[in-house]
Design a protein around this ligand. Structure first.
Ligand code: RBF
Length: 160
């Protein structure tokens, strides 16, 4: 999956970029979460954003409410979580609450929100996508980058 459709120019500071970013992060699967958070912080740094506000919540189900709070205080938001099908009996409910909740926050708060909630079948898949050593994808970075690039794209139209 990684590589297809990903932005081709590296993320760098920009005039019209966001000045602040909120990271709303779940706590389940702590080590994988650490990698996702490192990725989101790295994207912020690459984009020249110093103002990083983080909220830690128990699970991915709670990520959207934290994202909403952050959307009222920061220019862009990224939601991070790991939901593993095999270990979560009500996987579909948590995964869809997190995903649709983040989409709802973006529209209701008019704030770009990146979706970095991994919904996977196994822990190995989550590790492969979380951007740690040997991972094929860097989902925390990619989600933060998406929010930052969306902010800039919208700013260009607003500046017309
Ligand atoms: N939250 C996650 O972020 N990832 C999970 O894989 C996950 N699995 C769960 C499995 C069970 C059986 C339960 C009860 C909760 C799980 N949660 C998980 C927590 C969920 O997102 C939420 O915090 C709780 O349901 C409380 O609202």
């Amino acid at each position: 999956m990684a590589g297809h459709g990903t932005p081709s120019t590296p993320l760098a500071p920009a005039e019209n970029g966001p000045r602040s970013i909120g990271i709303a992060a779940a706590s389940w699967h702590a080590q994988i979460m650490d990698s996702l958070m490192d990725g989101a912080r790295r994207a912020a740094r690459d984009a020249g954003i110093d103002d990083i506000v983080e909220i830690r919540v128990p699970g991915s189900f709670e990520v959207p409410i934290a994202a909403q709070s952050l959307a009222r205080a920061t220019d862009v938001v990224v939601g991070l979580g790991v939901v593993i099908r095999g270990e979560t009996p009500h996987f579909e409910h948590i995964a869809s609450a997190a995903t649709s909740g983040l989409a709802q926050v973006a529209l209701e708060e008019s704030t770009p929100v990146g979706n970095g909630v991994l919904t996977v079948n196994t822990q190995e898949q989550a590790i492969a996508r979380a951007g740690g050593e040997g991972a094929s994808e860097d989902a925390g970075y990619a989600a933060a980058e998406a929010a930052i690039r969306t902010y800039r794209a919208i700013a260009e139209v607003r500046g017309r």
